[in-house]
Design a protein around this ligand. Structure first.
Ligand code: VGL
Ligand code: ZN
Length: 214
């Protein structure tokens, strides 16, 4: 179901476009490809021109990261296991630091980004959210950056809607930011109902959902 709203709005100096994980491994041909993932690139490039502030996140795992199924003998990709910090979905090896799969999509316009937040770089813990690692407590520093720079409203786009975009959106609300998800700039993994759960979780958290910015 698509959000119906085409938001006609004036963007100001306290608005940020937060672009989540638009990396080769999440695009067709990549290690954890999201269906139609590369379709977000022209949409995001068009949106980014309208913002005075653009921040990127980059999933950035060391080899042998604990979120990789290959690090758990007997486990398969997309299984769920218990970690000290909670339940964790296991993934194919992806976004390994310094590899082509971890690079941003080559057509993504990154020059105007003022900050790149790398996440998931500690072997023992995953990080879906741009704000907190998967223990929901360890901060990435992004909230402090945004507050210190006076950025108050966050427009979210990127990959994947039901994992890193979802966790980032809910954390953004929890941290007190106005939060808008722009659906045309997102694509989902949709694993075992994860997309429905993400929409419900975002609605509960007060994340505004729009189809595009008119
Ligand atoms: C993501 C699964 C594993 C994402 C990152 O960017 O949504 N999903 N790592
Ligand atoms: Zn990852």
């Amino acid at each position: 179901m698509m959000g119906k709203t085409n938001m006609q709005m004036r963007l100001g100096d306290d608005d940020l476009l937060l672009i989540i994980d638009v990396q080769n491994d999440f695009c067709p041909g990549g290690a954890l490809a999201v269906a139609d993932g590369d379709a977000v690139v022209p949409v995001i490039n068009r949106l980014a021109e309208r913002f005075n502030h653009v921040v990127l996140t980059q999933d950035w795992h060391p080899p042998g990261h604990s979120s990789f199924a290959t690090s758990h003998p007997g486990a398969a990709a997309f299984d769920t296991i218990s970690m000290p910090y909670g339940q964790q979905t296991l993934w194919p090896d992806h976004c390994i630091q310094g590899t082509p799969g971890a690079a941003f999509h080559p057509q993504l316009a990154t020059d105007r980004a003022e900050l790149v937040i790398r996440k998931g770089f500690r072997a023992a813990i995953d990080s879906y959210s741009a704000f907190h690692e998967n223990d929901r407590r360890t901060p990435t520093g992004l909230a402090g950056y945004l507050r210190e720079r006076g950025l108050r409203r966050i427009f979210l786009v990127g990959l994947a809607t039901d994992y890193c975009v979802y966790y980032s959106a809910v954390d953004a609300r929890r941290l007190g930011f106005d939060t808008v998800l722009v659906e045309a700039g997102c694509r989902a993994i949709d694993l075992a109902g994860s997309l429905d759960a993400a929409w419900a979780g975002m609605a509960d958290a007060g994340v505004q959902r729009v189809n595009d910015l008119g």
